[in-house]
Design a protein around this ligand. Structure first.
Ligand code: GUN
Length: 293
């Protein structure tokens, strides 16, 4: 079994991005600039935005965070998006989700100019990805593609089974794995809560991508000998034996599944570290106008 070390791969990509930023700035360009809108005080969202700012700094990007109280009117968020859309010194914008219930998430996402939508959530980017045009691919699927590619995993002609059909992971992942490009060219099956004979289907997977949001859901009997297993889940479970009182686990029973897999991502340290790096790669593309010219 070979561990797919997301932490190491993410660190290597950050070095590449930093080198590219230096090359651009040596030629007189300004650094790439990523903006984030953060509403309310959800601790997970605050952590994510803080990590994003720190990562920007590490690779030489500028970053700014627009913070609002939880009761901010929707119009103020839409106005801020509009203002950032027009700012030529900001390349990419993410609006940290979820937003409070009185704000329409979809309306806000659709207010972002597709050219600055480095989260890849705008329907224009989703549609472009679907028909094979250049696009911003959202962070988790993009990170998984990089993990597969940089681990030398052949995807062409392989059976790829995806557990989960969310708009931000399962659905785009299925499109990317079936596209006529590398990584891609897989025969894709998407499973979800209504799927029957789940273990039978997952057992036929050469590549199994699990984004089902249930701790330890995938057990060894569901996995074929020699499969590549990508675990997107991340859950805090109680662990009285540890100092913190909890530990992080994925959607996959790591111990037993790693005994059968040819390659597997650990949790933590697999898919997780790749997501912010994907956002940085998209922001660099935005700055260089690689997607929309
Ligand atoms: N909330 C959880 N994940 C994400 C993400 O990738 N982007 C944004 N904007 N919000 C999130």
């Amino acid at each position: 079994m070979e561990l797919i070390d997301g932490k190491k791969i993410a660190a290597a990509i950050k070095v590449e991005i930093a080198a590219e930023v230096k090359r651009m700035m040596d030629k007189g360009a300004r650094p790439p600039h990523l903006a984030a809108i953060l509403v309310g005080e959800d601790p997970a969202s605050e952590t994510y935005v803080r990590n994003k700012s720190r990562s920007c700094k590490e690779v030489g990007f500028d970053s700014s965070t627009y913070k609002f109280p939880a009761d901010v009117p929707e119009k103020e968020i839409l106005d801020t998006v509009g203002f950032i859309n027009e700012d030529p010194d900001i390349d990419g914008l993410i609006v940290q989700l979820p937003l409070p219930a009185h704000i329409d998430n979809q309306k806000v996402i659709e207010a972002i100019r597709p050219e600055k939508d480095v989260d890849g959530f705008h329907p224009v980017n989703v549609g472009r990805t679907t028909i094979g045009l250049s696009s911003y691919v959202s962070a988790t699927p993009y990170g998984i593609l990089e993990l597969l590619m940089r681990s030398g995993i052949e995807t062409s002609g392989k059976n790829c089974v995806i557990l989960g059909r969310s708009n931000i992971v399962g659905k785009p992942m299925s499109i990317l794995m079936m596209r006529n490009e590398e990584p891609g060219n897989s025969t894709v099956t998407v499973c979800h809560s209504k799927t029957r004979n789940l273990a039978e289907i997952t057992s036929a997977a050469d590549i199994l991508i699990v984004a089902i949001g249930r701790p330890g859901f995938v057990t060894a009997d569901m996995v074929r000998e020699g499969a590549v297993v990508i675990d997107v889940g991340i859950h805090r479970v109680e662990a009285p034996e540890t100092k913190s009182g909890f530990r992080l686990v994925g959607d996959v029973q790591f111990e037993e599944v790693s005994a059968k897999a040819s390659h597997i991502t650990p949790v933590p340290g697999g898919v997780g570290p790749m997501t912010i790096v994907s956002l940085l790669m998209n922001t660099l593309k935005a700055c260089k106008k690689e997607i929309y010219g």
